[in-house]
Design a protein around this ligand. Structure first.
Ligand SMILES: Cc1cc2nc3c(=O)[nH]c(=O)nc-3n(C[C@H](O)[C@H](O)[C@H](O)COP(=O)(O)OP(=O)(O)OC[C@H]3O[C@@H](n4cnc5c(N)ncnc54)[C@H](O)[C@@H]3O)c2cc1C
Length: 485
């Protein structure tokens, strides 16, 4: 303490999409910035985003989806949030979504020309590029490059391996900077007129926030990077009495891949919703049968897997899956493969999916349950194929299907999945300007929270594609507040 540190106008903690959008928008107005990042690289979980970013109306929404509107997006968001979402935040999100897409595509020249419809959306409004790069990686690589250009011109200072551990206040309670621990483990101060927390969620914080708010999820794996430990939420609650809201609202995604070479690893690669969307389906290794509408809501599919696919001592379990874990086989046929070739080729190259015949698939299931009857699996395939052909009468209520297939002679892509902790809806309460609110609902002067670190927008359930959007929209709002625009 008492040491002399750096001084700046705006310090931004965290370098995911929330931090970098805020930084670039502030830098574009000539205001100096220091970026603080605890890992040795920029990008956070934003790098991993695989489905895309929402926005409407945009020029990429083709004639068929023209009936989409800001009102429809707003209503989908509120319905998805199960009545918990803060409506003033939702309004900002949906009304600014067009500008957010334009900033990325026109200002930053990022390709987001392909639009798809994800679960819970009434229209196709989730944008990604037409090339092989997943959207998070494509967006973040470009923005990181822009930050590096500002860094070369000495307009921004980027501190990596630097861990925020305190928010500094004046005697009157105004935020005046931060304390952090640098790469040499030295404690340092930055004095700053504005502090922006963009430190992400807590979906990897099994030992602390998840244990406190969702003890039922502690044994689950996660799709998030290990750095996702809710640091911003904890520091802000402790140092400025920031109000934390909806902390028990954590999204579990039904399909995280199990890799055979690291089957009980806590950190899983996400099997994108797209794979079920194109026709992929789930088979229980306990029965060899389907057990749910694979296109139900994320929480419903998750519950069905937990109820029908638990690995117990009564299974042979030759591949050594942790007892109690619920795993399911996800299967895609050759015709459907063509619709998501880039994704599936990538998953296959990573050994998350394998390609094989019906016999291969049955043999694989027998590695978990040696009592699996090949005839039962064949009947499962025949029933599903019949449902596809008739487009109705699916036992499980599924309404959208992929292509029919030749059950016995098909080439399949298959792999194991399990439910995974994926996204934290809860976080620091903010107002519609991104200003942090304390327990008395008063603004904490000079402190902002942007992105997954904030809570309240998504309520009880986030729509796919709205998290990246939140980062760009609220990064823009906060930068406007900081620069007086
Ligand atoms: C596999 C996967 C796929 C996803 N797909 C999509 C999708 O298609 N569309 C969508 O909208 N959303 C998606 N999401 C969600 C979305 O990616 C995240 O919610 C979003 O990127 C969060 O951005 P952020 O900037 O708030 O946080 P992050 O990108 O997580 O960045 C936070 C940064 O803060 C740093 N940090 C944390 N604590 C400290 C500290 N104490 N000091 C200094 N630095 C710190 C972290 O190291 C990290 O770099 C996906 C998430 C995952 C995991």
């Amino acid at each position: 303490m008492g040491m002399k540190g750096m001084e700046t106008d705006t310090v931004i903690v965290g370098t995911g999409l929330a931090g970098l959008t805020t930084a670039l928008k502030v830098l574009e107005r000539g205001v100096p910035v220091i970026l603080v990042e605890k890992t040795d690289r920029l990008g956070g979980n934003s790098m991993k985003a695989s489905s895309g970013i929402n926005g409407t109306p945009t020029k990429y929404q083709t004639a068929k989806e023209d009936e989409d509107s800001v009102e429809s997006f707003e209503s989908d968001t509120v319905v998805s949030g199960k009545g918990l979402s803060k409506l003033d935040l939702v309004e900002v999100l949906v009304h600014q979504s067009k500008n957010a897409i334009e900033w990325l595509t026109e200002h930053n020249k990022i390709d987001l020309s392909v639009v798809t419809k994800l679960g819970g959306h009434s229209h196709a409004r989730t944008h990604r590029g037409s090339g092989k790069l997943p959207p998070g990686f494509a967006i973040m690589s470009l923005l990181i490059k822009r930050i590096e250009e500002y860094e070369r011109d000495q307009k921004v200072t980027v501190l990596k391996e630097s861990l925020l551990n305190k928010i500094l206040k004046s005697n009157s309670g105004n935020v005046i900077g931060i304390e952090y621990v640098d790469s040499d483990k030295k404690t340092r101060h930055i004095t700053s007129k504005n502090v922006v927390l963009a430190t992400g969620g807590y979906s990897a914080d099994f030992g602390s926030l998840l244990k406190q708010f969702r003890p039922d999820l502690v044994s689950f794996p996660s799709t998030n990077g290990q750095q996702t430990t809710g640091d911003g939420q904890k520091v802000a609650a402790r140092d400025v009495e920031a109000n934390l809201i909806h902390m028990d609202q954590v999204q579990v995604h039904p399909t995280g891949f199990l890799k055979l070479t690291s089957i009980n690893e806590k950190w899983k690669f996400l099997c994108g919703e797209l794979i079920r969307g194109i026709g992929g389906f789930l088979i229980s290794p306990v029965t060899g049968e389907r057990f749910t509408n694979e296109l139900g809501r994320r929480d419903q599919v998750t519950q069905a897997i937990l109820d029908n696919c638990g690995v117990t001592t009564s299974l042979s379990n030759d591949i050594g899956i942790e007892l109690g874990r619920a795993v399911s086989l996800i299967v895609v046929n050759k015709n459907d493969y063509e619709k998501a070739k880039n994704h599936i080729d990538f998953y296959t190259s990573q050994k998350l999916l394998q390609r094989g015949s019906l016999t291969d698939m049955v043999q694989f299931l027998r590695r978990i349950n040696d009592k699996i009857d090949g005839k039962v699996v064949l009947n499962t395939l025949i029933d599903y194929n019949n449902a596809i052909a008739s487009k109705k009468d699916d036992t499980y209520g599924r309404k959208d299907f992929g292509s029919t297939f030749d059950e016995e002679n098909e080439e399949y892509y298959f792999g194991l999945i399990t439910p995974v902790v994926h996204f934290s809806m809860g976080g620091i309460e903010i107002n519609k300007y991104g200003q942090v609110l304390n327990k008395d609902h008063q603004i904490v002067p000079n402190l902002y929270a942007v992105g997954e670190v904030s809570g309240g927008l998504h309520g009880g359930n986030r729509l796919g594609g709205s998290s990246l959007l939140e980062c760009v929209v609220f990064g823009t709002v906060v930068s406007g507040k900081i620069t007086g625009d």
